[in-house]
Design a protein around this ligand. Sequence first.
Ligand SMILES: [Zn+2]
Length: 378
Amino acid sequence: MPTKPLEVSLPRYSLGTEHSLQTYRYGKSGGTPKVYIQAGIHADELPAPLVAHHLVSLLEDAEAAGNVTGDITIVPVANPVGLGQALLSDHLGRYDLSSGRNYNRSYPDVSAAVLETIASNMTGDADANRQTVATAIRGALAKVKPKSLVETLQLHLLQLACDCDIVLDLHTDSEAEMHLYLDPDNWPAAEDLAAELDASVVMTSRSSGGRPFEETAAAPWHAVRERFGADAVPLPLTTVIELRGYTDASDDLAAKDASALYRFLQRRGAISGDPGDAPAFRGIAAPFEATDLLVSPAAGIVTFKKDLGSSVEEGEIVAEIVDVSSNDATTCRTPVHAKTSGRLFTRCLTKLARPGSQIGKIQGTEPIVSRTGYLLTD
Ligand SMILES: [Zn+2]
C-alpha cells in the first residue's frame, strides 16, 4: 500500500483558488538522521521534481522492507503556486508573478531570536543543546507572520527543514553540469554527496546575500556555533543540488540521480543496506567567490565558443554577443572573456542577451577580486 502523503492546504489569498503541499514521510519520528528533501521551489526547474518522484518510489520500497532507519520528509512539489504560473503559454516559475519576488530569496532568518532564547540554556552536551536550539528555532518561526502567499509557502517549507540534520534543496540551472552549493564548513564532509552525484563543481558559501532557503535553514545553527563555539551543536548539512539544466528532465537521468541520493542516504545512516564502494569526487570544490559569473556586455545573440564542461584559461573568449542588426564585421561581435581559469559548467539556454544578462558560469579555484558583497545574480 503506497504511503499516503500529508496534504497541507495553504491559506487562500485569492477567492476561489487554493493551493496545497504534499509531504511524504518515511521512517519514524525521532529517527536519525532527520532528513528533509524538497524539489522545485523554482517551479520551472523540472528535472528536480522528477528526481524527487523517482526517489519517492525508492523510499516506498525501502519503507515497505523496513529499511528506513532515519526520519525522512520529502516534498516533490515545493512550489505549487509557481507551478501554475504561465504567461502567454510560457511557464514562469522562478519569480512570483504578482510581486516579482524570487521564490528562493528572502526567507525569514530567526538567528537573533534563537540566540536570545537559548542564552542561559546551553550546556556542555551537544545533543542536549541540539534539542534546545531546535526548539528555539521552531518557536521563533512560529512567531513569524507571513504577509503574502509566497511568504506563507516559504515559512511552511522552512519549518519542515529547520531542525533537520540533512537538508537537500533540489534545483536545476539553465544548461548545466551537475553542481552543488555548500557551506564551507560542510566541505569536505559532504564529499560523499558530491561524489555520488558525480558533481563537476561544488561552490562553497555561507552568506551569498539573498537569504536563499538552504542558507537560511542553516543560519541559526551557525549563529549558535559562532556564539558558543563549534562544539556547542552539530552543523546540519544544507545544500542546493543543481540537477544539470532545464531540459534534462528524463526518466533515465532522474532514476540515476535518485539512486545516487538513495546511496548517499544509506551512507549517512538514514536507510539501511549496502551502498557499495564510495566513489571518488572528481570535480572542482572552491569558494563561490571563485565563480566567474559571465555577463553579456552588449545586446545581441549569444554564440558560445566553448562547450559545456570545457576547460578555459583566464582571458580566453568564451562567447560572443552578435549584433545581427549590424553589417560591420569589425564591430558586430562583442567578445566575452573568462575572468578566471577553470571549467565552464553552466551556459544560458536563452540566447537573446541584453547588457547585464548572465550567460554562464566558470568555476575557478581562486577568488575573483570583483566578487564581493551580493554574490547571486537575482
Ligand atoms: Zn533554482
